[in-house]
Write a protein that binds this ligand. Structure first.
Ligand SMILES: Nc1nc2c(ncn2[C@@H]2O[C@H](COP(=O)(O)OP(=O)(O)O)[C@@H](O)[C@H]2O)c(=O)[nH]1
Ligand SMILES: [Mg+2]
Length: 232
């Protein structure tokens, strides 16, 4: 077993019926902790997560806000941060492949691509696939880095994460991390991951037209606001 310590961070909003399964499926021998970040669940998600073995932290509303709070709450001894969704659509069996390049020292940031992996039929909407291609194209034009997806399942070296000064508090978070990683010249690797339909409950994003339009607007905003800035 490796000596790196891994904190797994899961944003979860009203995921009572799936979060218990997701937390229970963690490879506990491989990870130091599993943090579930709840920001406003009204269905007892926090309690189910705790009973399944997670540490629960609370945050203000928003997907990015939850990811950031989880990152800040990670054990000081952890050297790798892993993110995945709380709806059961990511396959935790992919975790060893996602963290290995960081542990071996060959990458700083590893992003799972659902488009390169096996996505269960129906797990990704046509609009999500289109958005992934469009954003991939724009980021390639602006940053010269090729991504095929902006899925949630990913791992980053903690010291690299600390350089990025992440600021997006909503659904732009994932893409912001990808663009900033390119700007900071992190060693980036995209690997295929499996993707399934959520195991229970309802989508807060892709299943709702208004929410999808809001998320898409936010994501395009990130592409241009962060992608066009020449930071760092
Ligand atoms: N903490 C937190 N989690 C959220 C929020 N919105 C969505 N999530 C979680 O983020 C993940 C992805 O959301 P989901 O509804 O599955 O979006 P989709 O997969 O794009 O349809 C799930 O684990 C949600 O519970 C939020 O505002 N706060
Ligand atoms: Mg989902």
């Amino acid at each position: 077993m490796s000596s790196s310590k891994i904190s797994v961070i899961i944003p979860a909003l009203n995921e009572r019926d799936s979060i218990g399964h997701v937390v229970a499926s963690m490879p506990w021998l491989m990870i130091a902790e599993c943090i579930v970040v709840d920001n406003g669940s009204t269905d007892g998600t926090d309690q189910v997560a705790r009973e399944a073995g997670a540490r629960v932290v609370y945050a203000p509303r928003g997907y990015g806000s939850a990811c950031k709070a989880g990152s800040m709450a990670a054990l000081p001894t952890s050297s790798i941060l892993v993110y995945l969704d709380g709806d059961g659509s990511d396959n935790i069996d992919d975790l060893p492949r996602i963290v290995a390049p960081i542990e071996e020292g060959s990458a700083d940031f590893v992003v799972g691509s659902r488009l390169r992996g096996r996505a269960e039929p129906g797990s990704m909407l046509g609009s999500q696939i289109f958005a992934a291609h469009l954003v991939g194209f724009l980021v390639r034009m602006l940053q010269g880095v090729r991504y095929t997806d902006m899925g949630a399942f990913r791992a980053i070296r903690r010291s690299s994460f600390d350089q990025l000064s992440m600021s997006e508090m909503t659904y732009g978070w994932n893409l912001e991390m990808q663009i900033r990683a390119a700007q900071h010249k992190l060693r980036i690797l995209e690997i295929p991951v499996d993707y399934r339909c959520r195991i229970a409950g309802i989508s807060k994003v892709s299943g709702d037209l208004t929410a999808s339009i809001k998320a898409a607007t936010r994501i395009l905003g990130v592409v241009f606001r962060i992608g066009l800035s020449r930071r760092p």
